[in-house]
Design a binder for this molecule. Structure first.
Ligand SMILES: [Fe+2]
Length: 277
């Protein structure tokens, strides 16, 4: 395949009881049906409350299975739990092996690598980083082995949390530590990926659309497909809107399109919390 078309969706937070988020997902599904990419990647926060509600995870999986093209997934906090950082412990229960196994049994693998159109694609579970659970070390060992097979190909990394705000040297601050891949694992990851031709880091989590380049690497923050968070609850960094991201990969190059599916509407978290309680 000389061109690989990929659609990234993120932060769908699906649950049967949250109709507006389900409606937004259906609009995304219709757009995917109309555009037929080769693959959909959901970069995490797939379900509204995975650790406490297996049925949220099952509902989310069912909806993705009905999409017109295959999907891959990455977990995040509402799917498996939270992770501690260097400056603060997890604000909510950290991810555990039990929660991870629950996720694996409903959704499937939580890390993956595949090659298409001359590119190497890697997806990582960023939520187990710093937890010290068994699968954290396993994932790092697995990553070393997978990156050794990149053979000079450009690499696209997908993970739920952005690596950093602007630069690898950004200090980890208590107020924003949970937003990014936590230290000290962030430093380890950056070092590991410095050995390959990392061209793209695609993430979700912040519910804000953003796109910037540092060195040779483009960082794309996918917006939530489901809802946005008010300025009173979250600082403005990028663009607060719901939507998705479309990529076209060709050997040695790629294009990015920031898109909103027809009919997708900006649902606000404040409004949602009232209804989810
Ligand atoms: Fe989210």
């Amino acid at each position: 395949m000389s061109e690989f078309r990929l659609t990234q969706i993120s932060d769908t937070h699906l649950a049967r009881r949250l109709q507006k988020l389900t409606d937004n997902f259906h609009r995304v599904g219709e757009h995917i049906d109309a555009t037929r990419p080769d693959l959909v990647i959901n970069s995490g926060d797939i379900s509204f409350d995975g650790p406490n509600s297996r049925s949220d995870l099952e509902f989310a999986k069912e909806l993705h299975d009905r999409l017109a093209v295959p999907s891959r997934f990455l977990p995040r906090n509402p799917d498996i739990g939270y992770n501690p950082t260097a400056v603060c412990s997890a604000t909510k229960p950290p991810a555990t092996e039990k929660e991870r196994q629950n996720y694996l049994s409903v959704i499937g693998e939580d890390r993956w690598r595949f090659d298409e159109a001359g590119w190497c694609f890697v997806g990582l579970n960023s939520l187990i980083m710093n937890t010290g659970i068994e699968s954290e070390a396993e994932q790092f060992d697995w990553l070393v082995s997978e990156l050794s097979k990149a053979n000079g190909k450009p690499v696209a990394l997908f993970l739920h949390k952005p690596l950093y705000l602007n630069t690898p040297e950004d200090p980890e601050l208590e107020a924003s530590a949970i937003r990014y891949v936590p230290q000290p694992r962030r430093k380890d990851l950056i070092e590991m990926f410095s050995a390959v031709d990392l061209r793209l880091v695609a993430s979700g989590h912040v519910h804000q659309r953003r796109d910037f380049t540092f060195g040779r690497t483009r960082h794309v923050w996918a917006p939530s497909a489901g809802f946005v968070i008010s300025d009173a609850m979250q600082e403005v960094i990028g663009l607060k809107e719901v939507g998705l991201v479309e990529y076209r990969f060709q050997p040695d190059s790629f294009e990015v399109r920031h898109v909103r599916a027809p009919g997708q509407t900006d649902v606000w978290l404040d409004e949602l919390l009232g209804k989810a309680a």
